[in-house]
Design a protein around this ligand. Structure first.
Ligand code: FAD
Ligand code: NAI
Length: 475
């Protein structure tokens, strides 16, 4: 029957749409349901990542970085720029176009792979013989039946209690990516990944940015040495980072927003700003999924409970991505989507949680994989460390970007790489070598003995691996 599928996926973000493509590649009859609407009400698959996350944030980071280079760094290269101007509406329109290209790309991939796409909200109706009945509420109502269901409904921004997002002055990531004019004063609550990326965009364009963070330490999950360097660099760039604060009352008026807070010394403070971004983490999203109808189990955070294989408490119901435990990253969602599609097809898909890379796309970029030095210390594991500064790398000097370093952590006895931490230019690209090395259980010496192109930033990776054995060549 036309409404019967081997696999129905609810949610078309990176977890869902990739699972759909992989399941179709493996010969399954697949449906993917996604409710995201573009400004004209049309289908906009790709989820948070494509519409209000990874892709648009990187588009704005790129535009604002070009602006900053033109304003402050071109002169070093002998380039004079006359009357430098920023057309924010054009920057936002370009970002919207980049998003649209990605939405359209996913619709094309669905067609190419014969995935049936349904635009609307999917919800559980009931368990039926051989599967589950799923309702789609879109332009027209439909009912589908799937033998396997993959839930990939993602996450939503967490609001502060009593302070709902209005997306005009009190902004989640949605509003932060669509500010129409450079605010004179921008407040940010939470110095995590979104706070730093979005704070960087608007600081580069001229906003005075103050970031209020509850934790007393900056980037507590990041390797301490990297976090310290990052704090120093971002402060020098002009981000006003206030750590260890306690947020009090937030008042929005026509003229702007006032945030009352207690600073790290216990003094009462007030931050006046034109706009306020609240980026204090995200919550799993199961709104409207009607999980109760089938008894799908959620945990106390509202995440769908899954085992290591992404199986839920219900037979043939799976869940992947931000709606389950683990890091809220697009590539983690994708890997889980692939692994589940392969398991449904009788294969042995697997996600290695120890080698998921993290990247913060600030300037300098921050990227890491594996254990931090503080985690190894806490475990009592004997390790060796080696690092190499970009200051001593020829390509970095030629680029004019010598901030930061590459740091290796390796097992003291076996030399196996346990973690790699990078702060510096193109860290997002450089980290891939470390991921490959760790997947192959390489030693630091393996990287040290591999020929790296000269001049390239990747030579800093090789040198940091050499540094583990205290034999750098260029430092
Ligand atoms: P989502 O991408 O959230 O997709 C879920 C989809 O399901 C949505 O389209 C939603 O509309 C749909 N949906 C929900 N419920 C239903 C329903 N009942 N019926 C039909 N459809 C439904 N991660 C990175 O790895 N790198 C980055 O650079 C990065 N940058 C980010 C920047 C920002 C500002 C934000 C907010 C996030 C960023 N992330 C980044 C995180 C990344 O976006 C998420 O980890 C990723 O999108 C999770 O994918 P997902 O498929 O689980 O869910
Ligand atoms: P986050 O978890 O990265 O950071 C939240 C920060 O807010 C933390 O430092 C936390 O201590 C602080 N905080 C929490 N409650 C607070 C309070 N009441 N007052 C002040 N500070 C408070 O979350 P964020 O930045 O919202 O991003 C959500 C997720 O989106 C990230 O964890 C990440 O998984 C994903 N993301 C990934 C990106 C990337 O990979 N480059 C980019 C942006 C988001």
């Amino acid at each position: 029957m036309s409404n019967q599928f081997d696999v129905i996926i609810i949610g078309g973000g990176p977890g869902g749409y990739i699972a759909a493509i992989r399941a179709a590649q493996l010969g399954k009859k697949v449906a993917c349901i996604d409710e995201w609407k573009n400004a004209k009400g049309g289908a906009a698959p790709g989820g948070t990542c494509t519409n209000v996350g990874c892709i648009p944030s990187k588009a704005l980071l790129q535009s604002s970085e070009h602006y900053e280079h033109a304003a402050h760094h071109f002169a070093d290269h002998g380039i004079t720029v006359g009357d430098l101007k920023m057309d924010v509406s054009k920057m936002i329109a370009r970002k919207d176009n980049v998003v649209k290209q990605n939405n359209d790309g996913i619709l094309y991939l669905f067609k190419k792979n014969k995935v049936s796409f349904f635009h609307g909200r999917g919800s559980f109706v009931k368990a039926v013989e051989g599967g589950y009945e799923i309702a789609v509420a879109g332009e027209k109502a439909e009912t589908l039946v799937g033998k396997h269901i993959i839930v990939a409904t993602g996450s939503n921004a967490r609001a502060l209690p009593g302070t709902p997002f209005d997306e005009k002055q009190i902004l989640s990531n949605d509003g932060a990516l669509a500010i129409g004019d450079v605010p004179k004063k921008l407040g940010v609550i939470g110095s995590g990944v979104i706070g730093l990326e979005m704070g960087s965009v608007w600081r580069r364009l001229g906003a005075e940015v103050t970031v209020l963070e509850a934790m007393p330490t900056f980037l507590a999950a990041v390797d301490e040495q990297v976090a310290k360097e990052a704090q120093k660099v971002f402060t020098k760039q002009g981000l006003n980072l206030q750590l260890g604060v306690k947020i009090g009352e937030i008042k929005a008026a026509k003229k702007g927003v006032t945030v009352a807070y207690t600073d790290a010394k216990g003094a009462e403070q007030k931050l006046e700003c034109d706009k306020l971004i609240i980026s204090i983490g995200r919550v799993p999203n199961t709104i409207g999924l009607n999980t109760e109808a089938v008894g799908l189990q959620l945990d106390e955070r509202g995440a769908i409970v899954v085992n290591d294989d992404c199986q839920t408490n219900l037979p043939n119901v799976w869940a992947v991505g931000d709606v389950v435990r683990g890091p809220m990253l697009a590539h983690k969602a994708e890997e889980e989507g692939v692994a589940v599609a392969e398991r449904i097809a009788g294969q042995h898909g697997h996600v290695n949680f120890n080698t998921i890379p993290w990247v913060i796309y600030t300037s300098p970029e921050i990227a890491w994989v594996g254990k931090t030095e503080q985690a190894l210390k806490a475990e009592g594991r004997a390790y060796k460390a080696g690092s190499f500064p970009f200051l001593a790398n020829g390509r970095a000097r030629a680029l004019g970007d010598t901030t930061g370093f590459v740091k290796f952590l390796a097992d003291a006895a076996t030399d196996e790489i346990l973690g790699v931490h990078i702060i510096g230019p193109m860290a997002s690209e450089l980290i891939s070598e470390a991921v490959v090395a760790m997947e192959f259980k390489a030693s630091a010496e393996d990287i040290a003995r591999i020929c790296h192109a000269h001049p390239s930033l990747s030579e800093a990776t090789k040198e940091a691996a050499l540094a583990v054995d205290k034999r750098t060549l260029n430092f």
